[in-house]
Design a protein around this ligand. Structure first.
Ligand code: ACO
Length: 311
């Protein structure tokens, strides 16, 4: 009964063990996981667009095949995460519908355009870099299917980050114009990438409970700081500058200090008013509508196969 279930759940939390789909769990735990995991899945799916846009314009066959593989990985991550969310009792169709109708959130970063080839590099280095920093601790999330999905996702994300870093390295050691293109891409991507970690802790309504439930292991600001500390030496190795004049090592804290971010811009993008929110959603809807016949044909074929195997 519920009391036994509650005690079992509490014990799992105290012993930092995993909750599995058939275990009893508080409704709020289930709800916040569906919220986070479905938003995460939608981010992977919408996140294919900025880079997908560059597949046909990649500068070499090698770059093109790497980029295609990367974008396909993102689709795979989305499908994994939808599967993890389904184990909590929300159907995939329901989640698709929430994205289709614009009700669902997905990461703010994907509402910015990828203007040049260098943006593909900056997305790999900074956006996937931020994603890994946020997701490595999620491998230990208390909900089993989510944590296990994260393990493979993180391995693939680290390949994505390296390919982005290598694109930027090549550009920054190329002609002055190529180096400038890399610098412009980093200038555009840095702030929005730091905002991926979510609002400051004081404005993060979900963090405290999610941390108490061992879903999140670190707060938004803690992970953002970890990311800044990681990318400063990487930027130096690239020969590029991070666009924050206040960025400097703080001996006392043992961390880099950095300027506050533009939170008005962040909340405006999350509300749907970023540069490309409308375009991203319109593209998603068109892809879903245009693919309807494929899903119908696949379902008809599967039904026919099931019928004939019964004979
Ligand atoms: N973009 C859009 N919405 C955001 C963002 C962001 N960068 N950051 C926070 N929000 C939303 C939250 O979803 C929440 O909305 P809701 O309450 O309506 O669901 C609201 O802002 C308040 O934020 P928090 O209370 O801090 O929310 P939460 O505790 O869920 O933390 C975070 C946000 C850090 C993004 C967390 O959900 C998380 O770790 N998610 C998994 C990682 C993920 O989704 N990554 C996606 C990008 S990576 C990629 O796809 C390659």
């Amino acid at each position: 009964d519920a009391r036994v279930g509650w005690e079992h759940f509490q014990q799992l939390m105290e012993e930092d063990k995993r909750v599995e789909p058939r275990d009893w769990m508080p409704e709020q735990y289930r709800k916040t996981l569906v919220r986070q995991v479905s938003q995460h899945a939608h981010s992977e799916i919408i996140g294919m667009q900025p880079e997908g846009n560059w597949i046909s314009r990649a500068p070499s066959l090698k770059r093109k095949s790497v980029l295609m593989a990367k974008v396909q990985d993102e689709a795979g991550h989305g499908l994994y995460l939808y599967s993890a969310a389904e184990t909590l009792g929300t159907s995939r169709d329901e989640m698709y519908q929430q994205l289709y109708t614009g009700k669902a959130k997905y990461s703010s970063i994907f509402n910015y355009p990828a203007r040049t080839w260098a943006d593909v590099g900056a997305i790999g280095w900074l956006v996937d870099g931020a994603a890994i920093t946020n997701q490595v601790p999620l491998c230990r999330a208390s909900y089993g299917p989510y944590g296990r999905a994260m393990v493979r996702v993180c391995k693939e994300e680290s390949f994505h980050q390296r390919q982005g870093w290598e694109i930027l390295y090549t550009l920054s050691h190329g002609t002055p114009a190529q180096k400038q293109m890399a610098q412009d891409a980093v200038d555009r991507t840095y702030g929005p990438a730091l905002q991926m970690f979510g609002p400051p802790d004081a404005d993060s309504p979900n963090s405290q409970q999610s941390m108490a439930w061992n879903i999140k292991r670190f707060s938004n600001d803690e992970l953002r700081q970890r990311f800044v500390d990681m990318i400063v030496p990487q930027a130096e190795a690239l020969g590029l500058t991070l666009p924050d004049p206040e960025l400097k090592w703080n001996e006392e804290r043992g961390h880099y200090d950095y300027s506050d971010l533009d939170w008005d811009e962040f909340f405006s993008v999350v509300k749907g008013n970023g540069p490309l929110n409308h375009q991203r959603l319109a593209h998603y809807r068109a892809a879903r509508d245009n693919g309807a016949w494929v899903r119908e044909a696949a379902a008809a074929y599967a039904a026919k196969q099931a019928d004939s195997s019964r004979d």
